[in-house]
Design a protein around this ligand. Structure first.
Ligand SMILES: [Mn+2]
Length: 343
């Protein structure tokens, strides 16, 4: 998407207070992009608040600038801002309670790589070809002639690392690797990042994972896999749990259902076929990417599972996906078709 970087510079340098926010259930791209954006604003001499409507995951606490992130779920901010910059959120509900910081007069900047509906910003810097919001911010940094300092470099690397599934997903483009190569030359230590983000998980997370895996169920002739966890584990980090369900041979659609409170569920979806799970998530009020999406649900779990399986069944029929078929086709994030599995 072509955008005049001066438009963004003008937005950032204009008067009034500025809130920078990303989506709840923050992943590496959310946290990394937020910190990189903070680094950009520091160089422009702009004051800001970085915020997320969630607990800030501790595993990112080694990232430069981590302590600057304000948790709105722990300490709400009840005021309207002149400007709000939103990173990595395909739809406004994804920023949770930060929506109340947007008033009639608030100017909104939307920087994102999600594949969803109408743009909600006054300025929209959206590139669905980018592997991560971090990739867009890398370009922005260069376009604005800013230095990629330590905070920015670490934030961007973690963003790309997370959204490419540690350089395994189909969005692991030459560009993604080129940018990461440059970030490593600037001093990012990939081994140290892996140690902190992926090899530093609390024992309880694995206990929780083992409980989630004990709920494993296949549906629709083995094309769909569901796992879930009840509310006694709602405080535990469950990022990536859905990937286990999605990595089973033959499974092309996976869901992880996390009960937060009685009657309140968070659902993560993954697709390894032509079904667009962002579209599925939108039917439940959420959003995301073709291959990875999510939503929050208020109601009974049994009812949700029934509705979700019905929707998956509809999508499977619509796209004529079958386990006994000659090929299961996959559409990459960039939209080009490739064949991944012969069954
Ligand atoms: Mn992202």
């Amino acid at each position: 998407m072509s955008i005049n970087p001066e438009q963004i510079r003008n937005f950032l340098l204009s008067n009034g207070n500025l809130l920078v926010v990303t989506h709840f259930s923050p992943d590496g791209d959310a946290v990394g992009s937020l910190l990189a954006f903070g680094g950009i604003l520091d160089q422009l001499g702009v004051e800001y608040i970085l915020a997320i409507d969630d607990v800030i995951p501790e595993k990112y606490n080694f990232l430069p600038g981590y302590e600057l992130i304000h948790s709105l779920s722990e300490e709400p901010i009840d005021r309207v801002f002149d400007r709000v910059a939103i990173l990595d959120a395909g739809a406004l509900p994804r920023i949770g309670s930060a929506q109340s910081c947007i008033g009639k007069e608030t100017k909104v900047l939307n920087i994102d790589h999600h594949y969803t509906g109408p743009y909600y910003g006054d300025i929209n810097y959206v590139d669905v070809e980018a592997c991560a919001t971090a990739e867009i911010l890398y370009d922005l940094c260069n376009e604005l002639g800013l230095e990629i300092n330590r905070q920015i470099a670490y934030g961007l690397y973690v963003g790309i690392l997370a959204d490419t599934g540690r350089f395994r997903f189909s969005n692991t483009s030459p560009r993604a690797l080129e940018i990461c190569s440059k970030l490593i030359s600037k001093g990012v230590d990939p081994g140290w990042i892996t140690e902190n983000v992926y090899y530093n998980q609390p024992f309880e997370s694995f206990q929780t994972l083992s409980i989630a895996l004990s709920t494993l169920e296949l549906h629709h002739d083995g094309l769909v896999c569901l796992i879930s966890i009840d509310r006694s584990y709602s405080k535990n980090d469950t990022e990536g749990f859905v990937e286990h369900a999605a990595s089973i041979k033959g499974v092309v659609l996976a869901a992880f259902i996390k009960e937060m409170n009685e009657g309140f569920l968070k659902v993560s979806l993954r697709s390894r076929c032509r079904v667009d799970v962002a579209e599925v998530a939108r039917k439940f009020g959420g959003g995301g990417h073709l291959k990875a999406a999510g939503f929050r649900f208020v109601g009974k779990k049994d009812y949700l599972v029934k509705k979700l399986l019905e929707e998956f069944g509809r999508q499977i029929n619509h796209h004529k996906i079958r386990l006994g078929g000659r090929f299961i086709e996959q559409v990459s994030v960039a939209g080009k078709e490739n064949i991944i599995a012969e069954s």
